[in-house]
Design a binder for this molecule. Structure first.
Ligand SMILES: *[C@@H]1O[C@H](CO)[C@@H](O)[C@H](O)[C@H]1NC(C)=O
Ligand SMILES: *[C@@H]1O[C@H](CO)[C@@H](O)[C@H](O)[C@H]1NC(C)=O
Ligand SMILES: *[C@@H]1O[C@H](CO)[C@@H](O)[C@H](O)[C@H]1NC(C)=O
Ligand SMILES: *[C@@H]1O[C@H](CO)[C@@H](O)[C@H](O)[C@H]1NC(C)=O
Ligand SMILES: *[C@@H]1O[C@H](CO)[C@@H](O)[C@H](O)[C@H]1NC(C)=O
Ligand SMILES: *[C@@H]1O[C@H](CO)[C@@H](O)[C@H](O)[C@H]1NC(C)=O
Ligand SMILES: *[C@@H]1O[C@H](CO)[C@@H](O)[C@H](O)[C@H]1NC(C)=O
Length: 619
């Protein structure tokens, strides 16, 4: 570890990727003097090449129970308000009118049905195969045989530190289905896709297949399971004072307990893009944002209080058994404008204080941000370096400056976003240092330069008039010599492991919190059109995971960066917001039968981490 660190005030990219001009072939320092002449000879030939068969090692059965906060009764006392609980049933495809008669009850069956009637879903024709929890069956040992290794792979010698959390991740809207069943209320996700692309109505039916899904993860050896809970399942009417959905509480209680029984550990994200539709009822969902991609309703005047109320209810029920909490997933993408960012900062800080100061939670609570690491095209050109700093700072600093450091919003945000206001001294004190980790989804890197007409004229415009707004930098995917920055995927992800290493240094040294990699993953190009056997042999995904993990280890041991853990995205192919072709999964999902099959990269990933003592249990 580094001894003393000088406190940096502003994020700055070190000139880590200088182009050092050199000649000659690749060094092979590991090779001693080879023999000078081969020894040619004849021998009897036979098939003596032995194949080794290895099976995945399951997560060990738990022997101890940990608690990270008070159980339900004590937590309920601390909450200081009463919670009404009720059940509503389901809104099935084809249903068009409300038959319930309790119309005078603002939170009754009729009111709940009218949420769905109002949501008026396009082509809601199926709930999938299941309408009740499927009993899990053991994973046959024939499915757990390790695949042939790739010939090339990392050769590092580091182990993962004892506190490292390795796991897999997914989000509710992308895997659960059952969108209007068992009392769930409508969310933005059901309205996101208005053309004929696939909707989130069925996806992977994980809402009913969660036991089988968890069992598969335990069988292959994964300990940490990062998932998200939809706000609208817990509180179909969204707002404080509205009743809690008993079926949802039972569902997640059972999911958490089942994971723990298998020897796994649950990690919960409170909001992963699936905002209750309540916040967008009278709003143009497709309105052009000032920042981010979608209108998640975070700017809504009732958002902060409602989110804090929802978060406290989750803590009340689950904080005893969940050691790691993420309030917001990639909030910038759905922030919509400055008010959205400001509300996220305030809501997060309030929940942090409640979790540690009121509830006495002993686990960790943080956020998780998006930013494909911006690196200067020419690291020796100050203009490029400044542009890269602006690009990263605008995406991360709005949350991380106040929440990690107690420092003001970045000047770049305040100067660019309409209506942006600095936090007061008092606000800064309250929100400062209210995160236990810096969550990041560092999928890939992007090369940054300055547009021909500079940054400042663009920063005065908007997304309608200038496509580069609000960052106002040019993003490229090739280096100065015209090469792609890495091997390309189906989407925006390129394999850029060495940039990951410098990114981890940048985050740790700038915001000074342990870095938790909340997602990382690779959608192999054209994978979905290939035959099953070929989809399963996903060597490019293995190259992505193993190289990223290897560089993570170098960041930990050589650069002194505290990396708290890493969750692979995703544990199965899923609904990628209107698309099933961008396959980020380490399991294939058959869209007709909902059957899951392990891909090669999943075995490679677990083997890499396990061989380096990083699975969170010592064999
Ligand atoms: C294959 O295994 C057999 C039995 O263990 C052993 O005698 C033989 O030397 C092995 N062959 C090779 C090429 O490793
Ligand atoms: C609805 O389904 C029909 C029939 O499959 C299809 O032609 C149409 O494009 C779909 N519309 C939307 C918006 O999904
Ligand atoms: C953000 O958008 C909402 C909804 O359009 C609006 O009411 C609010 O004033 C906006 N905030 C800023 C700072 O522009
Ligand atoms: C931030 O809070 C943590 C946990 O309470 C504490 O250990 C740390 O010293 C604080 N850091 C600063 C800079 O205040
Ligand atoms: C730095 O790069 C910018 C364009 O990104 C260019 O206009 C400028 O001339 C470069 N400066 C130097 C010193 O090379
Ligand atoms: C964007 O800027 C143009 C030109 O100043 C203005 O006419 C337009 O109303 C702005 N659009 C938005 C969404 O603010
Ligand atoms: C899904 O499973 C069915 C039944 O086993 C099979 O016929 C079909 O080919 C599978 N689909 C894909 C895409 O593998």
């Amino acid at each position: 570890m580094r001894a003393a660190v000088v406190l940096a005030t502003v994020a700055s990219v070190h000139a880590q990727q200088l182009y050092i001009s050199t000649t000659g072939y690749t060094d092979r320092p590991q090779c001693t003097q080879p023999p000078s002449t081969p020894d040619y000879r004849f021998e009897a030939f036979s098939f003596t090449q032995n194949e080794t068969v290895r099976h995945a090692i399951p997560v060990p059965t738990p022997t101890t129970t940990h608690t990270y906060g008070p159980g339900y009764d004590k937590a309920y006392e601390k909450l200081g308000t009463t919670l009404a609980t009720t059940t509503w049933g389901s809104w099935l495809p084809g249903e068009t009118s409300i038959s319930a008669t309790d119309t005078e009850d603002q939170y009754g069956q009729a009111a709940w049905s009218s949420l769905w009637e109002e949501a008026s879903l396009v082509n809601y024709t199926s709930v999938g195969l299941y309408t009740t929890t499927v009993s899990p069956t053991p994973v046959p040992s024939s499915e757990l045989v390790l695949p042939p290794r790739d010939y090339f792979g990392p050769t590092d010698c580091y182990d993962f530190p004892e506190d490292f959390l390795f796991g897999v991740a997914a989000s509710a809207a992308q895997i659960e289905g059952a969108i209007a069943l068992e009392g769930r209320g409508p969310t933005l996700m059901e309205k996101l896709i208005q053309d004929d692309r696939p909707k989130n109505y069925v996806t992977n039916e994980n809402y009913y297949l969660y036991k089988q899904d968890l069992r598969r993860l335990a069988a292959i050896g994964v300990k940490y399971y990062s998932f998200s809970i939809p706000w609208s399942r817990i509180l179909p009417f969204t707002v404080p004072g509205s009743p809690v959905n008993e079926e949802a509480i039972k569902h997640y209680d059972d999911l958490i307990n089942y994971a723990l029984d298998l020897g796994m550990v649950p990690v919960v994200t409170m909001l992963h893009f699936d905002s209750p539709l309540y916040f967008l009822r009278d709003t143009n969902i497709a309105a052009t944002p000032d920042i981010g991609y979608n209108n998640g309703g975070y700017w809504h005047p009732e958002f902060v209080d409602a989110f804090v109320n929802y978060g406290k209810i989750l803590f009340t029920h689950f904080a005893d058994r969940v050691p790691v909490w993420t309030t917001f997933n990639e909030p910038l993408l759905y922030a919509f404008n400055f008010t959205g960012i400001d509300n996220v900062v305030k809501a997060h800080a309030e929940l942090y204080h409640y979790y540690h100061d009121v509830l006495g939670g002993t686990g960790k609570i943080g956020f998780k941000l998006n930013d494909n690491f911006g690196v200067p095209k020419n690291p020796e050109n100050k203009t490029d370096v400044d542009a890269a700093n602006r690009f990263n700072e605008m995406q991360l600093g709005g949350f991380a400056n106040p929440l990690c450091l107690g420092e003001q919003y970045p000047k770049s945000l305040l100067d660019t976003l309409p209506g942006a206001e600095p936090l007061s001294k008092k606000e800064l004190k309250y929100v400062g240092n209210t995160t236990d980790f810096f969550g990041i989804d560092p999928y890939t890197a992007t090369v940054i330069t300055v547009p021909a007409d500079g940054i400042s004229s663009c920063a005065k415009q908007n997304l309608t008039t200038n496509a580069l707004y609000p960052y106002c930098v040019t993003q490229e995917l090739t280096n100065v010599y015209g090469w792609d920055i890495g091997y390309r995927s189906e989407s925006y992800v390129y394999i850029t492991p060495t940039y990951l290493r410098s990114y981890l240094s940048y985050l740790w040294n700038t915001w000074r919190k342990p870095v938790l990699i909340g997602e990382f993953g690779f959608p192999v190009y054209d994978e979905s059109t290939r035959e099953l056997a070929d989809q399963l042999f996903d060597s490019p995904r293995s190259a992505y995971y193993l190289s990223y993990l290897s560089e993570m280890l170098k960041a930990i041991w050589e650069d002194g960066v505290h990396v708290l853990g890493a969750f692979a995205w995703s544990f199965m192919d899923n609904w990628e917001f209107g698309d099933y072709a961008s396959q980020f999964g380490v399991q294939v999902v058959n869209r007709t039968t909902q059957e899951r099959v392990f891909k090669k990269s999943f075995f490679d990933l677990v083997d890499f981490v396990g061989a380096r003592n990083g699975l969170g249990y010592r064999h």
